[in-house]
Design a binder for this molecule. Structure first.
Ligand code: GUN
Length: 290
C-alpha cells in the first residue's frame, strides 16, 4: 500500500518552478505575475488566498492583491477585471470563489481574458479541454493527473470512477482521465447509493470530489485500487480541541485496508492544487511574452 504524498511532490515541483521562474526573469527581466482578487470576508477564502500569495513569494513570482469589501457591486468588480485584463504586467488573474451571493460569479468568470484565466474556469478554457486542446486546466484536476503521472500510475485501459460532477473538479477530472485512455464513469451526489457502490467497487482508479466527509465507505474500495480523495472537510471539534480534524470524502481508515495507493487528507491533492496554479501562471507569462 502506497500513500501518495502530494505534499512532498508539490515541494519538488515548486522547486522546479522556482528555477524556471528565475530563468524566465533572467531571459525577460519579468517575474510571472499573479493578480489575486478577494471579495468579502469569508475566512476560508482569505486563508486560501494568503497561501497562494505565499507560494508566489516563495517561487519568485510577483503577486498583486486586490481586496474588495462585502458590499462591492458587480460593476465595481467588473471594472477591476477589465483593468487587470488590460494590464500588461499581469499574467494571471485569480478571483477567489465563492463570491458574495449578490454577485454573478459566472459573469465575472466570463469577463476574464481567457489568456489570463490561470484557474481554467473560463468557458473558452473549459471548451478547449473538452476538445482535447487544453490551455489552462483547472488546478485541482490538473494536480490529480500530475500526481498519478509522477507516481507511475498510467490510466490507460483502466476503469476509473469519478464521484462528483462539478465544473471545477469532477467534470474536468473525467475529461482528463478519458484523454489519458481510461474508461470513465461519472457519478455524483444524486446517483442512487447502490449504483454508486457498484461504480466504486469496479474502479481501478477512484477520484472522489463531493465535499462530504465519509461519503465513500472504505469497504467499497476495490482491492489494489488507486484512491484520489479530493475532499477537504473540517469535522466538528472534539472535546478539548479548538478546531476539528480535516478529513476527505473517503473513509480513510477503511480504505487503506483495500487500496493499492491512496492520497491522505491533508497532504494529498491539496498541495498539488496550488502547485498547478503556479505552473499555469508561469505558462501564462511565457505565452504573453511569446
Ligand atoms: N475556491 C475554491 N477553490 C478555488 C480555486 O481553485 N480557485 C478559485 N479561484 N477559487 C476557489
Amino acid at each position: 500500500m502506497t500513500i501518495l504524498d502530494g505534499k512532498a511532490l508539490a515541494q519538488r515541483i515548486q522547486g522546479e518552478l522556482t528555477e524556471q521562474s528565475a530563468a524566465f526573469f533572467a531571459a525577460t527581466g519579468l517575474k510571472p505575475c499573479l493578480a489575486t482578487v478577494l471579495v468579502g470576508a469569508d475566512p476560508a477564502s482569505a486563508v486560501y488566498v494568503r497561501s497562494k500569495r505565499r507560494a508566489c513569494a516563495r517561487l519568485g513570482f510577483e503577486s498583486r492583491h486586490h481586496e474588495l469589501g462585502p458590499e462591492t457591486s458587480q460593476q465595481e468588480l467588473e471594472a477591476l477585471i477589465d483593468a487587470l485584463n488590460a494590464d500588461d504586467g499581469v499574467h494571471g488573474i485569480l478571483v477567489q470563489l465563492p463570491l458574495p451571493k449578490a454577485l454573478d460569479a459566472d459573469a465575472i468568470i466570463d469577463r476574464l481574458d481567457p489568456a489570463k484565466d490561470v484557474d481554467g474556469f473560463h468557458p473558452t478554457n473549459v471548451g478547449l479541454l473538452a476538445l482535447k486542446k487544453p490551455r489552462f486546466v483547472s488546478c485541482t484536476p490538473a494536480g490529480v493527473m500530475r500526481l498519478l503521472e509522477e507516481s507511475g500510475i498510467d490510466p490507460q485501459g483502466k476503469r476509473a470512477t469519478v464521484v462528483g460532477r462539478s465544473a471545477i473538479v469532477g467534470l474536468p477530472a473525467a475529461l482528463l482521465l478519458t484523454h489519458a485512455h481510461a474508461t470513465v464513469r461519472i457519478t455524483h451526489s444524486r446517483t442512487p447509493r447502490e449504483d454508486l457502490e457498484a461504480a466504486v467497487r469496479e474502479a481501478e482508479i477512484l477520484v472522489v470530489a463531493v465535499g462530504r466527509p465519509g461519503f465513500v465507505p472504505g469497504e467499497w474500495v476495490r482491492p489494489g485500487a488507486v484512491v484520489i480523495d479530493v475532499g477537504i472537510n473540517r469535522l466538528a471539534p472534539e472535546p478539548g480541541q479548538e478546531r476539528g480534524r480535516l478529513v476527505g470524502d473517503v473513509d480513510f481508515d477503511g480504505a487503506v485496508e483495500h487500496a493499492g495507493a491512496i492520497t491522505p487528507v491533508p497532504g494529498g491533492v491539496g498541495p498539488m492544487t496550488i502547485t498547478m496554479l503556479m505552473h499555469n501562471t508561469l505558462e501564462a507569462a511565457r505565452q504573453r511574452v511569446g
